[in-house]
Design a protein around this ligand. Structure first.
Ligand code: MG
Ligand code: ZN
Length: 221
C-alpha cells in the first residue's frame, strides 16, 4: 500500500555522537593550525585549587625569556587566572564558557582566529577546573597534562581513571605541603601506575620550584 502523500519520516539524531564528531573535527583543525605555525601546545586539566594557574606561572617564569608564550584561560566566569599569568609578561586570552564545565575544540578554534599564532612558540591552555569532562574533549594539543595535588585527599586517581587514561603526563603539585598534611605521595603514584604503568609522573611544587626543571626537560622545552 502506498503511503499517504503527506506522510512524514521521523529522523533520529544521536546528539552525543554528532557533538563529539564535531569536536573531533575541530580538534584536527586546531592540531594542524598549531603544527603549521610550529607552536607547542598543552592542555592543562585538573580540579579547582590544584594549582593549574600556579604551574603555568612557574613555567612562564622559567620559559618566558626563551619563548613567546600565549595562554588561554578557560573559566565559567572571571579573568582571575588570565590576569595572574599576564602579570608574568605573557599574552593571555580569557575564554568564559558561561555554563560549560569544560573547553571544547570549537571554543579553541574560535579563540585561535582571534590571535596571531605565528607570533608564539608555546600555547598553554588552562582548562575549566574539574577533573571529569575536560578529558572527554580533545582540543588538538600536543600534550594533555593532568594536575592533581596533595590537598585534594587520597582518592583523586581512583575516582577519575578515565581522565588519567587520557593524559600524556601527570603532575602531582604542592608536594611542599605533603608532610604537613601527612599525604602519602607514593600511594597516589601507585594508583596512577594501576591505571597506566608507563605514564610519566612529575612531583612538583610550583611554589618552591621543586621538580619544575624536570618537567620542562620532559617537555623538551
Ligand atoms: Mg586556575
Ligand atoms: Zn564539562
Amino acid at each position: 500500500m502506498n503511503e499517504p502523500e503527506n506522510a512524514r519520516k521521523t529522523v533520529t539524531i544521536d546528539i552525543r555522537k554528532d557533538l563529539f564528531g564535531a569536536n573531533e573535527n575541530a580538534a584536527v583543525l586546531n592540531a594542524e593550525n598549531f603544527k603549521a605555525h610550529g607552536v607547542f601546545s598543552l592542555d592543562i586539566m585538573g580540579s579547582v585549587g590544584t594549582g593549574k594557574t600556579q604551574l603555568i606561572e612557574a613555567l612562564c617564569e622559567r620559559l618566558g625569556k626563551k619563548y613567546r608564550i600565549l595562554m588561554f584561560a578557560g573559566d565559567l566566569a572571571t579573568t582571575i587566572d588570565a590576569d595572574r599569568v599576564a602579570a608574568h609578561g605573557v599574552d593571555t586570552v580569557q575564554i568564559n564558557t558561561g555554563t560549560a564545565c569544560h573547553l571544547d575544540a570549537r571554543m579553541i578554534k574560535v579563540a585561535l582566529q582571534k590571535v596571531k599564532l605565528a607570533d608564539y612558540h608555546i600555547v598553554f591552555i588552562e582548562n575549566v577546573g574539574n577533573l571529569i569532562c575536560p578529558a572527554g574533549y580533545s582540543l588538538g594539543v600536543d600534550k594533555k597534562v593532568v594536575v592533581v595535588s596533595v590537598t585534594e585527599g587520597p582518592y583523586m586517581i581512583q575516582k577519575h581513571p578515565l581522565t588519567i587514561k587520557s593524559a600524556d603526563m601527570i603532575v602531582i603539585n604542592k608536594i611542599d605541603l605533603a608532610e604537613a598534611l601527612e599525604f602519602d605521595i607514593d600511594a597516589l603514584e601507585a594508583d596512577i601506575r594501576e591505571v597506566d604503568a608507563d605514564l610519566p609522573v612529575f612531583r612538583i611544587s610550583s611554589k618552591t620550584g621543586e621538580g619544575i626543571e624536570e618537567l620542562i626537560a620532559a617537555l623538551s622545552l
